[in-house]
Write a protein that binds this ligand. Sequence first.
Ligand SMILES: Cc1ncc(C[n+]2csc(CCOP(=O)(O)OP(=O)(O)O)c2C)c(N)n1
Length: 316
Amino acid sequence: MVLARQLDDKLASLYRGGKIYGGVFLGRGQEALSAAVGVHLRPGDVFAPLIRDCAGRLAFGETVLDIIRTHLGSIRGPMRGRDGNVHRGRPRAGMLPMISHLGAMISVVNGALMARRFRGEHGHVGAASIGDGGTSTGSFHEGFNQTAVEKLPLVLVVADNQFAYSTPNSRQFACRDLEDRAAGYGVTGHSADGTDLQSCLEVLGRAFALARDGGGPQMVVAKLLRLCGHGEHDDGSYVESKLKLAATGRDCMRVAEARVIREGWADARAVDGWRAESVKQIEDAVATAQREPGPDPSAEDWRALSERRLTETHES
Ligand SMILES: Cc1ncc(C[n+]2csc(CCOP(=O)(O)OP(=O)(O)O)c2C)c(N)n1
């Protein structure tokens, strides 16, 4: 969580300094949920993270260097500097490159889980992240219905930050809570407090254990309020201050740090030390990526739809 928050802050400053092309989409305030997904995944599992899932990606094994290289367009990044920074991944390691923010990845994870089933491999699960707004799209409904019909071991994680871009929940869905949708598909639903790491770890722990033990798909809805806009181009001014002051407006980092100190697991000095270590790691990665060249269009031999090297190259 600490590393992800520091990384988000660095990406924001690189973007403002004109060093990153395209958009920058951060997960400030979603780290507890995201990290809890990542720590419950094991080698052999599949993860379709959202653009805001730095914490979960890092917990599942993505390196800071992969993230920085992709954002800075280095040819040594996993997508060889040729793609938008949010679409990075390493499919062989189970980290699927994102196609879309709005539900398309559910059917991709379904495919990966079906492939494992056809090969007779058991015990692996998939996780797919989506936002509350994404749950209103056709691809969410089609993909999730297929997950349920096939009884796939998928944990669908919904970060309900109460807004789809600037559209509030009241204009998005008419059920009491998004978790109610799970029942409609014949899926077990769970809710977590997205501002509280402990709650996210416990609820996701239960959901992953059920999915791994043959209990079929699980849907976890975590309520929170992201602490930044949709992207760094958006100041989030549509979020009223009364929402920011409500319980869901708490910063999950502060909540987790306070708990760590209260329980005596670490003191404030140690927590500061974690932050300093994270900053050092990130600055080193930025310095490395900034020394590396971008892609040379005249040297490219890729085809638009698929390219073996793109999906299988594991440069480090
Ligand atoms: C079909 C389609 N419409 C619109 C967009 C632009 N868009 C990307 S993310 C997004 C909002 C998603 O909201 P939500 O799922 O709640 O996720 P959040 O960004 O709040 O985390 C929109 C409108 C898109 N990518 N695709």
